[in-house]
Unconditional design. Structure first.
Length: 200
C-alpha cells in the first residue's frame, strides 16, 4: 500500500500498479459498458480481471486529466486546466509516470493503427488505400489476406483520409460536414500521415 494518499486514492493506485504488472495500464480508461466482444478481442481476455472496476477506471481517467494539466506550462493552461492541475501533486504525477501510465491512450492506439498503412504501402508498391475487403480481385493484386488487415483498419484509413483532407482545406471554404471532419483530427496526425505519403 502506498502512503501519502487518501485511503481511496491508495487503493486505486494499488489497483493501477496491479494493472501495470499485468500489462493493463493502457486500457484502464475503458468503462464497464466496453467489456463486450470487441473489448475481449482487443485485449485477449474473456472477462475483466479481478482487480478491475469501473471506479478504478474512472479514477484513472481523472488522474490522467489532472496529470496532463499539471505537466502543461501554466501560461498555456485554460482556466479549467488550472483547476485540474491543482487536484494532483508532483509526487502523484511522478508515481504514475513511474508505473508507465499512458497519458495519451487514444494517441497510442492511433499510432498503432498508423503502422499498418505503412506496412501495406511497403508491400503493395506504394499504395496507401487499404482495401475495404480482401476478395479474389484484391488477392490477385496484393496476394493472400495478411494477418494485419481488418475492416476496422480499412474504415480507419478512409476516415483519416477524409479528416485530413478537410483539415488541409482553408477553414473559410469548409462545408459544415468538413468542419466536423477537420475537428476529428489534429495537425500532428495530419503531418504524420503526410510523412508516409498518405494523401498522395
Amino acid at each position: 500500500m502506498l502512503l501519502g494518499l487518501p485511503r481511496q486514492g491508495r487503493a486505486a493506485l494499488d489497483g493501477l500498479v496491479g494493472a501495470a504488472v499485468q500489462g493493463g495500464v493502457g486500457w484502464l480508461h475503458h468503462r464497464a459498458n466496453d467489456l463486450g466482444p470487441q473489448y475481449q478481442a482487443k485485449f485477449g481476455i474473456k472477462q475483466a480481471p479481478d482487480w478491475w472496476s469501473e471506479a478504478l477506471a474512472k479514477w484513472t481517467d481523472n488522474q490522467r486529466t489532472f496529470g496532463k494539466a499539471f505537466k502543461k506550462p501554466t501560461l498555456e493552461c485554460s482556466t479549467t486546466e488550472k483547476t485540474y492541475a491543482k487536484k494532483t501533486t508532483k509526487r502523484r504525477v511522478a508515481l504514475l509516470d513511474g508505473i508507465g501510465l499512458d497519458w495519451e491512450p487514444s494517441e497510442t492506439e492511433w499510432a498503432k493503427l498508423l503502422a499498418q498503412p505503412v506496412v501495406f504501402k511497403e508491400k503493395s508498391g506504394g499504395c496507401t488505400t487499404v482495401p475495404q475487403s480482401w476478395g479474389p480481385r484484391i488477392q490477385a493484386k496484393f496476394g493472400a489476406l495478411p494477418d494485419w488487415w481488418s475492416e476496422e483498419l480499412a474504415t480507419w484509413t478512409d476516415n483519416q483520409r477524409q479528416y485530413g483532407k478537410a483539415f488541409k482545406k482553408p477553414a473559410s471554404e469548409r462545408s459544415k460536414a468538413e468542419k466536423r471532419y477537420a475537428g476529428s483530427t489534429t495537425e500532428r496526425r495530419v503531418a504524420l500521415l503526410d510523412g508516409i505519403g498518405f494523401f498522395t
